[in-house]
Design a binder for this molecule. Sequence first.
Ligand SMILES: *[C@@H]1O[C@H](CO)[C@@H](O)[C@H](O)[C@H]1NC(C)=O
Ligand SMILES: *[C@@H]1O[C@H](CO)[C@@H](O)[C@H](O)[C@H]1NC(C)=O
Ligand SMILES: *[C@@H]1O[C@H](CO)[C@@H](O)[C@H](O)[C@H]1NC(C)=O
Length: 910
Amino acid sequence: MRTWRVSLLLQMMTVMLVTVSAFEFSFEAFYGNTSDIDDEYKRIIDDAKEDVNKEYPQDSLRVTHFQPRRAANSAEKLFSTNSFQALKLDVCPGIFSAGAQGLIVPNDVCYECRSVGAMVGNAVNPTIALDQAEGSKAIKMLPTTSEMVDLFVHLINYTKWYDFIVLYDQYSGLDVAVSMMGYADIYGWNVKMQNVNDHDMLTKTLKASRVRNLLLYCEYQENAMDVVRLAIEEGMMEDSYHWMLGNLNMPLTWDHVSAIRRSGAYITRLQVETKNNVASDFQTQKPEPLDEWPYRLRLAYDAVLLFSNALQRYKQRTGRFPTERVFCQTTEEYTYSPLDPEIKSVSFEGLSGEVAFNEHGDRVNYTIRIYMGKGTTVYVHNDVEEIQPLGTWTQNIKHWELKYGRQWQSKERLNMGPFRNAQVDTIKIVSLEEPPYLLDDSRVGIQGFIKEFLIHLKRVMEEELGQNFEYELELVSEGDYGRYDIVTNSWSGLMGRLVNGYADIAAAPMAITPQRDRYVDFTVPFIKSELGVLIKHPSWIWEYPFAPVFPFRWDVWMVNLLAFVVVTVAMTLIGRYNPQEWSRAAERGEASQEQSQSFNVWNTFWFNVSTLFLQSFDSSPRSVTGRVLAAFWFFYCIVMVFLFLFNLTPFLTSSKSIGIVRDVGDLLDETTVDVGFIKDSPAYDFFKYSDIEDFTRFWEYIHAANSMYGDETTIEFRVEEAVQRVRLSNGRYALIHDKEVLKKEAARWPCDLYITGGHFALVEYGLAVQSGSPLRDQLTYAVRRLQEKGIIDEIWKNNTDNPLWVELNKEGSCQENATIWEIQGLYSLTTVDMKGIYFLLLLGMGLAVIIFLIEVLAFQLGFGSSSPGHTGSRQEMQNLRGSDRRTGGGGGMGGPMGGADVGGNEKMWI
Ligand SMILES: *[C@@H]1O[C@H](CO)[C@@H](O)[C@H](O)[C@H]1NC(C)=O
Ligand SMILES: *[C@@H]1O[C@H](CO)[C@@H](O)[C@H](O)[C@H]1NC(C)=O
Ligand SMILES: *[C@@H]1O[C@H](CO)[C@@H](O)[C@H](O)[C@H]1NC(C)=O
């Protein structure tokens, strides 16, 4: 019994000795329902204590951990549910039993109470509050909400958000949300607030809203992280969302970061500026990198450092440590600890940034870095290097300038760089060569509308939005607007640069299409351009010389010829053998000699030819048989002739109709012309993604035709190739493209191109930025300003009037405006179109000349006539005469007699 008493006494004496030792300080750390989990905070505070004690071996810090009570007979932990309970049942008895000289208190000691830190801070001094303890006498490790609101307001004025939602959890989160609402009128915002505690409700609300700009600020960072995880799972970290993560140093893990990168949300993160490699200055057992620590954990570490720093200052001043114990007091008779002035004058670099406080115990002199971006730039590091912040907000400009020995570059405490997210000093703008919008000339460099436009844009951004808008223009290869690859889920070209976060703006004649709009954001259109159809001028189209024969295919011609021959033969036979016909009638003496020859082979032939061409005939058949046959022949001729004539015009004017195309319907009617595009060009995209029925139908038509052609597709990859194809296709290929681009091509030698198409479609070009990027709203503002002032029209005009430009552009300039005859050439039949008929006439004349020669020759040689029918007819006549005169067979056998006979016949037939 006595020994027990002695040992107890000894123990008590040592306790007394320890507590009164000149160089010892004992503080008490509290834990709440989050900070108690896995003893994580406890271990960090121990680590910090060890680290400090190692640095000052003669001095020592002692800590009492006050962990939650446990329910009797169970492992369940009990947490206070109201402030009174927390203070009177936990904190006050706790400090009394521990003989503490200072407190470290997180708010989750009483999760459901409004700021326990503030309440404890007003009852106990010194209290270091790890969470918000606004307006209390506590030393506040977190920046005050009013400072955060100031940062958010300026940041949103910078991003020019118009619609946004503030997401909050409770008390101080709500304070921030309400304060933001208060600024709505001043800035013309349309702000809503949304509590995040009910995740189902939150998901439903966000998905139903078209607002994609979200400011997330929670009293408890844990709640904010839950929202981030929810957003990743529920597809709310997608493209076009801009999440401003308002809690400082959100502990995103690598998994979060890669998920966000994949989904494509635009992220703004806030990081407190810390000393380089600050983690290596302080010892800790915690294996995770500092970036993944909850911010409150850093604050807990720094709270211990804060005690140590204050104590060292106190010791320097007084030569000892303070010995006063803390106790719960009422606000009316509040006494400050002797350590309080020391705490309020420390200034050191901790894990949570620069630690310093003003006379109210509010944290001051810290600086926050602002990171914005998407894709590979979501994190503060990408895979290789540290990413530069886009901007900085400093709590105290004067302090910042003293600390860095440089001038602060902004009138405000927020100093944002020009918008960018890569490690460069300038905005990266990508574009591509597409004269006349942009031309990269080896002699004079980049020229064109886009270049001038950017210069004016820069001016507006700098003068009216106060932004230092330095930019760097980079070109991708021609025509590479970017294609979406379903397999890899990625974009190439211009689109790819934006989506991957490499570039900030794409300034090019890139059509605003719904598909692109899903991956990037467009400003309002800076220019609207018409589409045109480039064709070879019909006057230059070479037609087959014998186009007039095309209405019938060759087989029809063959059958026609056969029909002609058969009818001629039949007619001849009828003429010869039908007793009612002329020849037999003449034999009977009922018709003249001359009439008897009416339907011999030669005359039948001529009869058929003359009726074929609807001309008159010399004599008609006499017999019913002959007339029936003739009637059907007439019918056949009429049908053939009219079919031929009706079909003839399109063949002569086939090259014309494309020239008078006015809308898509007209294009669809063009059967002889293949209509093509340049792959991924504005026009291509316009049709591909259009919602208008006519355009979709046309696109499907082209698409179907193209899949049939296989290699012979009408889709070209480069403007030059497509234009060359138009020139060489002899009117069989027409190209739909931006009219301005086509105009330039049509102006080149040999001036054989023509642009048609009326006003059938309008494409809109907008500046594209990463989706969710604040640049969208900033640039939209700037584009509108330029449009209001008429500057865009002016640039466009200057652009085309600029002599240098004209020179570069129009190698071999063609007359801009077509003459009346050139225009008329589109509609009228030209000699070129008619040449087939001229050829036919010439052919006939040539044939006539040859036959004439043959006839003359035959006559000279004594055949008398080249007429094939004459031999037969002469025979007949001789037969006739033979029967009359009975001169015998010798009469026909040449000689003088025959010659006289022939001479007699000549008179009749020539
Ligand atoms: C802490 O307590 C609150 C309220 O009692 C509860 O909603 C929350 O889930 C708790 N947090 C943890 C991590 O247990
Ligand atoms: C914060 O910075 C200001 C300006 O440099 C300075 O006067 C003040 O002492 C600093 N506060 C602390 C606690 O160091
Ligand atoms: C908002 O930002 C613009 C520049 O973008 C600046 O001119 C203006 O003063 C800011 N408004 C306020 C109230 O700070």
